[in-house]
Design a protein. Structure first.
Length: 615
């Protein structure tokens, strides 16, 4: 049906333009355009709009139609995060929804009142998984409430979950799976299926966003959000154009082994030049390094499979192309075996042993095989392989960046960033093994070389807003890195707040990292107290939690006067032991029951006075 000048308010030129445009539009585009014009109705002069409606006799009909188009359900976005990735994604999605006139409430799980979940209309959860399938620290109380007897029925609540994790861990994305399952059990309606993301989360997260958005407002055109997610990484580095997807090539200024002669550890102090990058960071943030794989392993894989190292292959959906050698060196993960990888590999091999391993779905057997092995082991153990290089490489995941706590203050060291990196090395299954990035730093990186880096914000590990608040810093080994940044920052600002450091390692003589700096800060008053524990120097092993228990009375007094407690280091052992020590101290010195001590520490966490950066 053609639009006529005589039966419309348009000029002859406008009628001609519309008659050329309208037939080319799909039904979906027409609906979107209708909604767009309705949403922008208030941009027209009110009198003219009213006159037009009255003349057409459609005032009531159009008013009802417009109200239906503009009316949307309220959306609540909750995030649980340790490193800041979930928070960043939640913020991006919130902004995208607000830009399209949705009503959005964004909150961390610890700041959200759990009881009010029954009043939520559409709930979007973005969460990482911590440790052995646990929720992040700032999601613990919400997780406990939701899985407790007091959780309300959620009829009428629609939900969807985006879960971040690492497929190499046994309980991959378990926190997200738990939330997804529990929300359904409570009567919620799944708005869009849960998506579980591996370390390279940008694209699947964007697809989840787009799917959710389409469900929320199917009368609007789909939004491509990958650019928005990548923009999140730019926004977290303020005015810098550098991000995870566009890393800065930082020159190495210093690369020093901090351990003394005879130590069985190798800990590198790395100083990088950020001049010209406009990258900014705060104490508590991390630096991401995009590492490269060991050339020896790359060469061994190519040789074993008989590939041409110079053959070009397509890397991803964007069509990026590299040679096989470059792809295995810089783009693909070749050192981690995961259950999904073994399942895909079984399809490319006739080896019955491999097929039985994955078909049995025995988690313990799969974990036992994958532990300490890499892609070269898989190739050697389960050949022959019937796939081309291009087909084989498709089953590999992208090489993940490595995050390291920043060990310096930008105020104290302008245009520089310092890191404390412990080399990972061990012997397993007949071969010497080493960490991808830590091995590269320790064995290959020299002064003058360049590393691809970006800043990863971590708002869950911050110095107190009140500079006079006392801080208690607890760390072992490289876990001391952020405390060097804390004290550099406080020294640069002239902060008066007291500080207490508990540091532990193996040997006093060879492993007392940054010893001279701590002693200088003690002398100058920047550091108020220092307690050290070197576990291999005495017949009975002594760790940081033992030093804490020895000073329990003083430590509790610090807590009572508002001290902020920080824990950085190994999550499975040190952080758990420290947590238990804190509970013991609160119970003993505060004359509290175990339940009251637990509530005391939970309250500190909610007040952001108990923060952990654990791995």
């Amino acid at each position: 049906m053609q639009l006529q000048e005589t039966n419309s308010p348009f000029s002859k030129e406008q009628v001609e333009l519309l008659n050329r445009l309208l037939p080319s539009l799909s039904s979906y585009q027409k609906i979107w355009l209708s909604g767009y014009l309705s949403a922008n109705q208030h941009g027209f002069e009110e009198v003219a709009a009213t006159t037009t409606l009255e003349q057409s006799g459609l005032e009531n009909e159009v008013s009802v139609q417009t109200a239906n188009q503009v009316k949307t359900r309220d959306i609540t976005i909750l995030f649980g995060t340790d490193t800041g990735n979930s928070k960043g994604l939640a913020e991006v999605f919130s902004q995208k929804l607000e830009d399209q006139n949705f009503n959005v409430n964004l909150s961390s799980m610890e700041d959200f009142k759990p009881k009010s979940i029954k009043n939520v209309q559409d709930l979007l959860i973005v969460t990482s998984t911590h440790g052995d399938g646990d929720p992040p620290d700032n999601a613990l109380s919400f997780h406990e409430f939701l899985h407790g007897k007091r959780a309300p029925k959620l009829e009428g609540v629609r939900f969807s979950v985006l879960s971040l994790g690492d497929a190499s861990y046994e309980f991959f994305c378990q926190a997200g799976k738990d939330f997804d399952k529990r929300l359904e059990e409570l009567g919620g309606e799944r708005l869009y299926p849960r998506v579980d993301c591996d370390l390279d989360y940008e694209e699947p997260a964007a697809e989840w966003f787009e799917g959710v958005l389409e469900k929320l407002k199917e009368d609007q055109a789909k939004s491509t959000l990958i650019e928005g997610i990548q923009g999140q990484e730019q926004s977290i580095t303020d005015s810098s154009n550098y991000s995870k997807t566009n890393p800065f090539k930082a020159e190495v200024l210093e690369n020093i082994n901090l351990n003394g002669r005879g130590s069985n550890k190798e800990t590198h102090h790395l100083e990088l030049d950020l001049e010209g990058s406009n990258l900014t960071f705060e104490p508590g943030d991390s630096l991401g390094i995009l590492p490269e794989n060991d050339p020896a392993i790359v060469n061994a894989i190519i040789e074993r499979l008989g590939w041409n190292p110079d053959e070009s292959i397509t890397l991803n959906k964007q069509g990026d192309i590299l040679s096989i050698r470059e792809a295995l060196s810089t783009y693909f993960d070749i050192t981690t075996l995961t259950k999904p990888l073994l399942e895909k590999a079984a399809e490319l091999s006739d080896n019955e042993e491999l097929k039985q391993l994955v078909e049995s779905n025995n988690r313990e057997d799969i974990t036992a095989y994958a532990d300490g092995r890499d892609l070269l082991d898989l190739i050697q153990d389960f050949g022959p392989w019937k796939a081309s290089a291009a087909d084989f490489i498709k089953i590999l995941r992208k090489l993940p960046a490595r995050l390291y706590s920043i060990a310096s203050s930008l105020k104290a060291n302008p245009d520089e960033v310092h890191l404390t990196i412990g080399k990972v090395s061990y012997h397993a299954h007949g071969r010497d093994r080493k960490g991808v990035c830590s091995g590269q730093i320790a064995e290959q990186v020299k002064t003058g070389d360049r590393l691809s880096v970006y800043v990863q914000k971590n708002d869950n590990f911050r110095l107190p807003e009140n500079p006079n608040s006392p801080v208690i810093m607890i760390g072992a080994g490289t876990g001391v890195a952020p405390y060097r940044a804390f004290l550099q920052e406080r020294e640069a600002l002239g902060t008066a707040g007291e500080s207490w450091l508990f540091f532990g390692d193996q040997h006093f003589v060879t492993d007392f990292l940054y010893q001279i700096e701590w002693q200088k800060w003690l002398k100058d008053g920047v550091l108020s107290r220092l307690d050290i524990a070197f576990s291999r120097d005495t017949a009975e092993k002594v760790y940081v939690q033992h030093r804490m228990l020895e000073k329990s009375k003083d430590l509790y007094q610090w807590l009572e006067k508002g001290a902020h407690v920080y824990v950085c280091g190994d999550e499975k052992h040190m952080a758990k032991d420290v947590h238990q020590a804190l509970l013991t101290i609160i119970e003993k010195e505060g004359n509290k029951s175990p339940e009251e001590a637990d509530d005391y520490l939970a309250s500190m966490r909610k007040e952001k006075r108990y923060q952990r950066d654990v791995y």
